[in-house]
Design a protein around this ligand. Structure first.
Ligand code: HDL
Ligand code: ZN
Length: 431
């Protein structure tokens, strides 16, 4: 018998079961900028790293009078002091990134109304980095995080050059932006690493670039290869980017059975004075993604898009191609109002066959707030979705709830990576 709408969501029992399923499900965080503790100085943690996070830098400059130059000349603690004053003392920390710092400090057991930065610093300084990393993973209930590893980052090269014991909860991701987007300038660096590559993609250069990718795949054992792409990315197009994709990167991914993750829509350095905080976004033409899924039916693609306007089309595209896995509320969409809209739409169009979120965390403490805030929203969305089912007589068991929530928080990604995705031969590509 259909319950009246008013009764639908009054079922506190079901709502509570959903809330505890979401709270208790460990997360596979499939994209972050965190580092295994073995990476030493590359590991960011503690109050000053939290406060100088580029999201907060961008927001703080809206209140600053000092010049960009004078800000960047300050030490990290001095920058943190200015950000703390602008966003946490002179205004309520109401933005997602500012509220995140408060959530994090609160969950670490600190009194967030005691605006005593030196005292907070002292508390963090009492921790050993490795213990603190594990503490944050446990508090956030995150089972594993995937790093963003660049063969072109000199600091990273130094670590990978020596074998080291990997932290079991840190996986790697092979980031290839410089190769795919700026081959001309990257070629020299690859040559200096011992590969005989030229500016034009001769047979020899292609085979050396494939060797380069094979070597780094063996070295870091990535979950996927990855690139971020501008809104102007076009495939096919008569460009070096496409030639690198078609002759080097995608054949390597097929050979290595490596999913290829594309993050579409970033406009780098819209305001270069802001440094890492200076990037913006644009609406992408997702026909390019469609064409790649058609051109490479046996290749697994992961995709996330930066523009809110692209989200619906991405879901429809994923309905057409089972070798396309949608993931995360990336960057400027990683705010509760948009996470709610995106997750509802994805459930309605894709069921559980997507990954609801990745944290994109850069500072290990951020795992705590990025996942607390996401769990809040996912709980709300699932309570509404299961509430509708329950009102027509379909109520999930606890085991079904665990299964479904786990799918959204890493399980579907795992299943996608396990499955073959060979589809029928591709048809002609649309422009
Ligand atoms: O390109 C990327 O992986 C982005 O996530 C950028 O690193 C960006 O600066 C970021 O941290 N977004 O959350
Ligand atoms: Zn990222």
């Amino acid at each position: 018998m259909t319950k009246r709408v008013s009764e639908r969501f009054s079922d506190g029992k079901l709502s509570q079961r959903i809330a505890s399923a979401v709270a208790s499900t460990p997360i596979r965080d499939i994209h972050t900028h965190l580092y295994d503790p073995a990476f030493g100085k590359l590991v960011l943690w503690g109050i000053d790293d939290l406060l100088v996070y580029h999201y907060l830098v961008a927001e703080s400059f809206r209140h600053f009078e000092l010049s960009y130059e004078n800000f960047w000349a300050l030490t990290k603690p001095q920058q943190a002091e200015l950000i703390w004053r602008a966003l946490f003392l002179e205004h309520a920390p109401i933005s997602e990134a500012a509220r995140g710092v408060i959530t994090t400090l609160n969950r670490l057991g600190l009194d967030v109304r005691k605006n005593d930065l030196p005292k907070i610093r002292k508390w963090f300084n009492a921790w050993h980095p490795k213990d603190f990393v594990d503490h944050c993973l446990d508090l956030a209930n995150v089972s594993t995080v995937c790093m963003t590893n660049s063969p072109f980052d000199v600091d990273e090269q130094g670590v990978w050059a020596n074998s080291f014991k990997r932290h079991p909860r840190f996986e790697s991701g092979l980031r290839l932006d410089p190769l795919i987007l700026n081959y001309k300038s990257t070629m020299r660096q690859i040559r200096s690493m011992g590969y005989e590559v030229n500016p034009t993609l001769t047979r020899k250069t292609v085979s050396e670039l494939r060797r380069f990718l094979r070597d780094w795949t063996t070295r870091i054992d990535p979950r996927y290869a990855m690139v971020s792409l501008p809104p102007t990315f076009k495939y096919p197009s008569d460009s070096m980017t496409q030639r690198i994709l078609d002759s080097v990167v995608l054949p390597h991914c097929v050979e290595a059975d490596l999913p290829f993750a594309m993050m579409l829509g970033v406009r780098r350095q819209v305001n270069s004075e802001l440094g890492m905080a200076g990037d913006g976004l644009g609406v992408s033409n997702l026909r390019s993604l469609e064409n790649m899924c058609l051109q490479y039916p046996q290749q697994k693609f992961l995709a996330t898009v930066l523009s809110r306007e692209n989200q619906h089309e991405l879901c429809v595209l994923a309905r057409k191609f089972r070798n396309l896995h949608v993931f995360g509320c990336w960057w400027f969409t990683n705010i509760p109002s948009i996470i709610e809209e995106m997750t509802s739409m994805r459930l309605e169009l894709l069921g559980f066959s997507f990954t609801a979120q990745h944290s994109d965390a850069r500072v290990v403490d951020q795992l705590i707030y990025k996942w607390d805030h996401t769990r809040e929203v996912v709980t709300k969305v699932l309570q509404k979705a299961y509430g509708s089912l329950s009102s027509v007589g379909w109520e999930p068991t606890n085991a079904e709830l665990q299964r479904d929530v786990q799918a959204l928080l890493g399980g579907s990604f795992e299943e996608f990576c396990r499955h073959g995705s060979n589809l029928s031969p591709s048809k002609t590509m649309s422009q």
